[in-house]
Write a protein of this length. Structure first.
Length: 118
């Protein structure tokens, strides 16, 4: 086992816990969610996958690795359950922004037309 596998899984779990808090579904506004948040999530998942692929069946740190692996699995389950909600909220925010943009464009066109008639 690479000596840093346990530390890598610990870091990934720390980062996933932070993401789970930042992206929690009870938030009403999506404006704090950035595309980078999803890139970071993917990066962490890829790091963990690579780490888990390289683990031998038996190792000195098997108990600690098992604990981190179980936490990782738990974090993945939490993501699985609330990412669809985040997706829905982001789509609703996109729709709201498009509506606001169309409203501004219509108001701008009306203002221009009003100036021309004066």
């Amino acid at each position: 086992m690479p000596p840093d596998a346990l530390e890598t899984l610990r870091q990934v779990n720390d980062n996933l816990r932070s993401a789970l808090i930042r992206l929690r579904p009870e938030r009403k506004h999506c404006s704090t969610i950035r595309p980078q948040d999803f890139s970071d999530l993917l990066s962490q998942l890829l790091r963990a996958a690579e780490c888990l692929r390289r683990l031998p069946a038996h190792s000195e740190a098997a108990v600690a690795l098992e604990k981190e692996s179980l936490e990782y699995r738990s974090n993945l389950e939490k993501l699985k359950h609330f990412l669809p909600d985040v997706h829905g909220r982001l789509l609703a925010e996109k729709s709201r922004l498009e509506t606001a943009k169309n409203h501004v464009a219509a108001a701008t066109a009306w203002a221009r037309a009003s100036k021309k008639t004066l």
